[in-house]
Design a protein around this ligand. Sequence first.
Ligand SMILES: [Zn+2]
Length: 85
Amino acid sequence: MVMRTSYRYFTCPNGHEGSEITKENDQPYSAMWESTSLNGMKENAKDSRGYPTYTCEICREPMEVEVRWRNNKKPKYLQNSASGN
Ligand SMILES: [Zn+2]
């Protein structure tokens, strides 16, 4: 059984963190399946490209994929909330 696990990390405008863990079956001769578990966020409507979007479980703000700013500067709203609540 070949399994692939991918992780994506998210943050909401208020600094809450969430993650999406996707487990995929890569086996050629068995049915393709995928299992996604979410932590700290809920699945929302799909965006215009058909990708699922997520909202924060705590404050219900839309979650942003952290990867978008991991190699760049954080957006201003994240810099401002650096000191926490
Ligand atoms: Zn939040």
